[in-house]
Design a protein around this ligand. Structure first.
Ligand code: ADP
Ligand code: F6P
Length: 324
């Protein structure tokens, strides 16, 4: 293996730069070439690349986003698109590819690897933490801290005005961010995609807290929560049923995906980047680098994509104890 390429694909996440830096510097350490692909699979199809040297990746470990840019490529979902990408891989004499992204990016990477018998290693980069085989994806820890800090600020207004705030956090299909930030900020209730908390239970919980003398309330709602209603519809429903509540909605949105990565994500990105290159050098392919109980591990890409990463429902039970 003489030339390893790296790309970032799908939603960006803090820590991606740390992983890119680690890939580039590990290649330099083993005296092989490192090729950065610009804008994910789109760049691979358009042959938009640049050589990455040790110095090319200086000053990026503390930066959010991705220095190689990211994209979503519809063309890569087609066989002809992937064939164009493979032609560029051959033209650039690339021997292996590190894909930093989420399950969509891994699905594309796996197809590409199988179709052309080409070595691909995945690094999980998403704030949603929804990949099987790793307790933490890159960016998740930073997003937790960002969301916690933001909700702490919202709480100031909730307390000052005796209001109920519904705060929507990211997580289209997974409740990891909602569950952990909810517990961290002392949410009255946490609504997530994995557990069906009916509207009736929500209303009863609010009635109980009102009669217990609680004057301000925060409910953390994951984007894809099971009620199937938007956070604005939930707010209307609460105001209709419990007119004593003055309800406000706050959608945290993409601010959760940006910002300087936490110490944890920088260290994780470094460990994952080094392990990805060393795995390719050892002849491995189609695995995702992850972390479990503090140790770097590897999971087959097919399992990482298809397996269900389970949220810790015990945290939901504990959150309820905190709100008695
Ligand atoms: P994420 O990696 O964050 O889950 P997406 O689901 O948007 O993000 O996927 C990123 C990119 O991966 C897509 O734009 C596409 O290029 C590629 N991809 C996703 N699903 C497939 C698929 N089924 N086949 C081939 N490529 C795919
Ligand atoms: O990165 C994952 C995620 O944050 C999801 O929770 C969210 O639904 C999605 O990205 C939104 O991404 P985009 O705005 O890039 O489509």
């Amino acid at each position: 293996m003489k030339n390893i390429a790296v790309l970032t694909s799908g939603g960006d996440s803090p820590g991606m730069n740390s992983a890119i830096r680690a890939v580039a510097r590990t290649c330099a350490h083993y005296e092989i070439k490192c090729t950065g692909i610009i804008r994910g699979y789109s760049g691979l199809i358009e042959n938009d690349t640049k050589n990455l040297y040790t110095r090319s990746v200086r000053g990026i470990i503390n930066r959010g986003g991705t220095f190689l840019y990211s994209a979503r490529s519809e063309e890569f979902k087609t066989k002809s698109g992937r064939a164009k990408a493979f032609n560029n891989i051959k033209a650039n004499e690339i021997d292996g590819l590190v894909v930093i992204g989420g399950d969509g990016s891994f699905t594309g990477g796996l197809k590409f690897s199988e179709e052309f018998n080409f070595p691909v290693i995945g690094i999980p980069g998403t704030i949603d933490n929804d990949l099987f085989g790793t307790s933490h994806t890159l960016g998740y820890d930073t997003a937790l801290n960002t969301a916690t800090e933001a909700i702490d600020k919202i709480r100031d207004t909730a307390i000052s005005h005796h209001r109920l705030f519904l705060v929507e956090v990211m997580g289209r299909d997974a409740g990891f961010i909602a569950l952990n930030t909810g517990l961290a900020i002392g949410a009255q209730e946490i609504l997530i995609p994995e557990v069906n908390m009916s509207s009736e239970n929500l209303i009863n919980s609010l009635k109980r807290s009102k009669s217990a003398g609680k004057t301000s309330t925060i409910i953390v709602v994951a984007e894809g929560d099971k009620t199937g209603e938007s956070v604005f519809q939930l707010a209307n429903m609460i105001e209709e049923k419990l007119p004593k509540y003055e309800v406000r909605v706050s959608v945290l949105g993409h601010m959760q995906r940006g910002g300087s990565p936490s110490c944890f994500d920088r260290v994780l990105g470094t460990q994952m980047g080094i392990t990805a290159v060393e795995s390719l050098l050892n002849g491995e392919s189609r695995v995702m680098i992850g972390i479990q109980n503090g140790k770097i591990n590897k999971t087959d890409l097919s399992k990482a994509i298809k397996g269900k990463s389970k949220i810790n429902k015990e945290l939901l039970r504990m959150s309820k104890i905190m709100n008695t």
